[in-house]
Ligand binder design. Structure first.
Ligand SMILES: N=c1c2ncn([C@@H]3O[C@H](COP(=O)(O)OP(=O)(O)OP(=O)(O)O)[C@@H](O)[C@H]3O)c2ncn1[C@@H]1O[C@H](COP(=O)(O)O)[C@@H](O)[C@H]1O
Length: 107
């Protein structure tokens, strides 16, 4: 998660101080519709690579998707910490539920 947070920080920096030649700045300039279009495209590319069973391509496409999702999160004002918090709550809730079902409640 540290690498993802580090990348998110770079994306935020690009959002707050535009830099020439930056692809991230280009996306922010284009706006939400362009960012969402890229997320959709990259998601499709992940699906195609996985369906083809090409692990190397799938890894690369996952990275493209993650990057574009981070740009979308920054555009929407959603932090990595907020997402982590939700995932952590779900992990605990679902983990507890599984534990509950595995326990013999008839004794
Ligand atoms: N992780 C990425 C990353 N993944 C993918 N991409 C870019 O995403 C683009 C996607 O390629 P496509 O062929 O789908 O798109 P395109 O035809 O180039 O452009 P459009 O379709 O968007 O018009 C490529 O230009 C890639 O360089 C990324 N660009 C930047 N990063 C990270 O963001 C950091 C900051 O980058 P800059 O903002 O460019 O300084 C970099 O150091 C990287 O860590």
């Amino acid at each position: 998660m540290e690498t993802i947070k580090g990348l998110y920080d770079v994306v935020l920096k690009r959002k707050n101080s535009p830099q020439e030649g930056s692809y991230t700045c280009y996306l922010f300039e284009k706006g939400l519709d362009k960012i969402l279009k890229k997320c959709g495209e990259e998601c499709s590319e992940v699906i195609i690579a996985a369906k083809n069973g090409n692990k190397e391509d799938t890894r690369e496409e996952i990275c493209d998707l993650l990057y574009h999702l981070l740009v979308m999160m920054a555009q929407q004002g959603i932090s990595v910490e907020e997402i982590e918090e939700i995932l952590e709550k779900r992990r605990q809730k679902i983990g507890n539920l599984k534990e509950f079902h595995q326990t013999d409640h008839n004794t």
